[in-house]
Design a protein around this ligand. Sequence first.
Ligand code: AMP
Length: 190
Amino acid sequence: MLNIVLFGPPGAGKGTQSEKLIEQYQLKHLSTGDIFRANIKGETELGTLAKSYIDKGQLVPDEVTINMLKAELEKNPEAKGFIFDGFPRTTPQAEALDSLLASKGTEVSLMLALEVPEDELKTRLLERAKTSGRSDDADPAVIQNRINTYNKETAPVKHFYAGQNKLQEINGLGGIDEITQRLYKAIDSL
Ligand code: AMP
């Protein structure tokens, strides 16, 4: 199985690039942000809980997020592999993903970490807000919180995969196709 963790701060291009990768490698896309937003739209209990964190730019608690991810993995027993987009965002989530995949006889193949400077992230998120309908993209204070949360809680996850020799940092600046080619190259050299 090919299991890719597509990593990076908010606005780095994870969603855009995931679309390219699922097509190229026939992978199942698991975006925890998308799943939370679908639950918010469907007015589920999980959605209500998630919204209270998302609106502030904070992380949804690990236990909730990990249980949701586990259920999604179980819904897709036939998948050839997965793109994890926006997960794991904490070291406990990374540990949980390792054991979930190990229980299925597989593992994370590679973490691709998109690197984009903070100023560019803010510009991209405010631009995206015009069409995304996401209130967490439209408020500069929430954007700043999301970036701070990334730096404090999420960026350390890179060390987790570096320790397993699975981290590849990818320059996330440039044209969309140019960045896609960098990702393909990293995956194809596995
Ligand atoms: P995203 O669509 O990846 O930007 O995620 C939007 C929001 O959903 C984040 O700001 C978090 O509040 C929440 N979220 C998404 N994925 C996770 C995760 N793996 N752990 C905790 N919270 C998450």
